[in-house]
Write a protein that binds this ligand. Structure first.
Ligand code: LER
Ligand code: MN
Length: 279
């Protein structure tokens, strides 16, 4: 298999979301992540206004780390902003928050991830209306991002977290409705294992709309800790022309450092011999 470009999710601020191995102490985490051989960090940022872009860029450069993507879900997790909230003020705040990520994304050549910032169908809201609000929000955000050459990746998320776009087929349908060239998909192996009928066929269906990849095993622990066949799944990526990063987004189990080291050991073993190694 071709050598994968590997990154891991790192939260710039403290957050409640569980499947982020690294939170707090940015500098020491960046040093450790680079030391283990990762080439990038995916930054989870609640509000880009409180991030010092200069300081962040200097730290990343010092450790030779790229930023393939910026995650936005903390604005939902911590502040309940979403594109599908019945309150137009909240919807507009979610749109403005997305636009606020554009300068940093442009600086790092990072894709902006839309996961739970799209929200979920709230009580009393018609699902078709929730989708229509999401389409309108994505149109506005994609237009703003396109001005800076930034791409947006919508992440299909499993049914236990939202009913708005659970799989690749629904994601592609939504992308069609939005009609923006800079909108694509983020494929997360944990969600895909729950929702996709056939994982490799869904990756092929995503094709050149695949903008980013998250890896976690079936139990949302590090790759190699569950029953997913990463040699098979990730082997599809070169076939569909995907040459971007594969980002580890998994639970800090048994702890963040061990999980990140085991993840990269497992994924690098696939580069060498294409065979999964349990560990
Ligand atoms: C975020 O990337 C994700 O995968 C979701 O599960 C957020 O809840
Ligand atoms: Mn994910």
């Amino acid at each position: 298999m071709n050598r994968l470009k590997l990154s891991v999710v790192l939260s710039v601020q403290q957050a409640r979301f569980d499947a982020v191995a690294f939170k707090g102490n940015l500098e020491s985490n960046l040093a450790k992540i680079a030391g283990w051989g990762y080439e990038g960090v995916e930054l989870a940022i609640r509000d880009p206004q409180v991030v010092d872009g200069e300081a962040l860029a200097a730290l990343l450069a010092a450790h030779g780390l790229a930023v393939p993507a910026i995650g936005t879900g903390q604005a939902w997790g911590e502040e309940h902003l979403s594109y599908s909230d019945p309150d137009p003020v909240v919807r507009q705040a979610a749109i403005e928050r997305t636009k606020a990520h554009v300068p940093l994304a442009c600086r790092f050549n990072a894709t902006i991830i839309i996961g739970l910032l799209r929200g979920l169908v709230q009580p009393g809201v018609n699902p078709a209306q929730a989708i229509a609000w999401t389409v309108a929000a994505l149109r506005e955000c994609c237009a703003a991002a396109a001005e800076s050459g930034v791409r947006i990746a919508l992440e299909p998320i499993n049914r236990y977290e939202t009913t708005l776009v659970n799989n690749v087929a629904q994601g592609l349908e939504l992308i069609d409705r939005v009609g923006a060239d800079n909108l694509g998909l983020l494929f997360d192996t944990f969600h895909a294992n729950i929702e996709e009928p056939v994982i490799d066929a869904s990756l092929v269906a995503a094709g050149d709309r695949l903008f980013h990849v998250h890896v976690a095993d079936s139990n949302r622990w590090y790759p190699g800790a569950g029953h997913l066949d990463f040699a098979h799944i990730l082997g599809v990526l070169p076939r569909i022309g995907y040459s971007g990063f594969v980002s580890g987004e998994f639970m800090p189990h048994p702890d963040a450092d061990t999980a990140a080291q085991r993840a990269i050991a497992h994924l690098r073993s696939l580069d060498r011999d294409g065979a999964p190694r349990r560990g």
